[in-house]
Design a protein around this ligand. Structure first.
Ligand SMILES: Nc1ncnc2c1ncn2[C@@H]1O[C@H](COP(=O)(O)OP(=O)(O)OP(=O)(O)O)[C@@H](O)[C@H]1O
Length: 305
């Protein structure tokens, strides 16, 4: 598989604050790469730097085989971008919005391509509905249709499914994977764990630094985290007490179960030892990607302070 993005040592500051620090990353063509990390950690800024939408203060690289410093204009033409906020005209219909976008791009054969996009994204039945009256899920579908109308090779999605119901999110992700299977490279920022699991690979960014990169399984393995699962009546209520114990990095209730994680097996065992009694049952389990991200977040916060 070929590389769609390959950049080295990217830095970016805003008003003296360094928000992207020495980021080097490669993204494969046709892959869906998820950007995760705490709020304000630089995910959006990094994604914008990678495709020339922002100019780095230093660093270099290529996107779609083009230089991000000198050929940013050409990259932009081949990039689709769905921003966090719905940014189409609310007082135009679905069809009018798409026709408008087609005009902006100076696309030939506009009517056919808009019709095709309406069919492909399942928007035909509502083509004459004013965009401002659509539900969150439909707005998001329209925003996706608009972002891919000009058939970009790279698609940037910035927290695309915030506030959208599970069915619409699943449909959206199915569509993203269909597009990727046709060769589109997708970069998506998200805070949702189930979405992280639907990406081919993950880039975890904290305080401007790329601190983990790989598939979900690779990230879970690399975290070297040990997780125990406690069950039994009231086990979830142990989370609070466990968090204060040495060796416990994270402790969180999941329904009536508690997940306790740490890097030091001995210390973790010692922390749960007092609770190895009725009515609790303990077993070791593979950490979830959420356990790993919370741990990474806590650790990078400590390093940052
Ligand atoms: N154009 C800008 N001018 C000044 N500061 C900016 C600009 N864009 C981003 N920032 C700042 O850079 C930092 C990183 O922002 P960015 O949007 O990249 O983070 P993020 O990880 O995508 O955040 P979130 O998860 O909250 O969307 C933040 O402190 C933000 O306020």
């Amino acid at each position: 598989m070929s590389v769609a993005i390959d950049v080295h040592g990217l830095n970016k500051s805003f008003g003296g604050k360094r928000v992207v620090k020495d980021v080097s990353i490669a993204v494969e063509e046709g892959h869906v790469t998820g950007f995760l990390g705490p709020n304000g950690s630089g995910k959006t800024t990094t994604m914008r730097l990678l495709c020339g939408l922002l100019t780095p203060d230093s660093g270099s690289g290529t996107c779609l085989g083009l230089d991000i410093l000198t050929q940013a204009g050409a990259i932009k033409l081949q990039t689709g971008y769905m921003t966090q906020k719905f940014s189409l005209y609310e007082d135009l219909t679905i069809e009018e919005n798409l026709s408008f976008i087609a005009r902006i791009y100076g696309m030939s054969d506009r009517r056919r391509r808009v019709t095709e996009a309406l069919e492909k994204l399942g928007l035909e039945t509502r083509r004459r509905q004013l965009s401002g009256t659509l539900s969150g899920g439909w707005k998001q579908r329209l925003a996706l249709a608009a972002a891919v109308l000009h058939e970009p090779r790279l698609l940037l999605l910035d927290e695309p499914t915030a506030g959208v119901d599970p069915k619409a999110r699943r449909d959206f992700w199915d569509e993203i994977h269909r597009l990727a299977a046709d060769g589109l490279t997708v970069m998506v920022s998200t805070h949702y764990m189930d979405e992280a699991e639907r990406c081919h690979d993950i880039a975890y960014i904290a305080y401007g630094e790329l601190i983990a990169r790989g598939t979900v399984d690779e990230l879970v393995d690399a975290a070297n985290l040990i997780t125990f699962r406690g069950e039994g009546p009231g086990a979830d209520r142990l989370a609070h007490e466990l968090l204060d114990k040495p060796g416990v990095a994270t402790a969180a209730p999941f329904g009536s179960i508690v997940h306790v994680s740490g890097e030091d097996r001995e210390a973790l065992e010692a922390a749960i030892a007092p609770y190895r009694r009725d009515p609790y049952r303990w077993s070791e389990s593979r950490p979830t990607i959420e356990d790993v991200f919370i741990h990474l977040m806590d650790r990078s916060e400590d390093n940052f302070q």
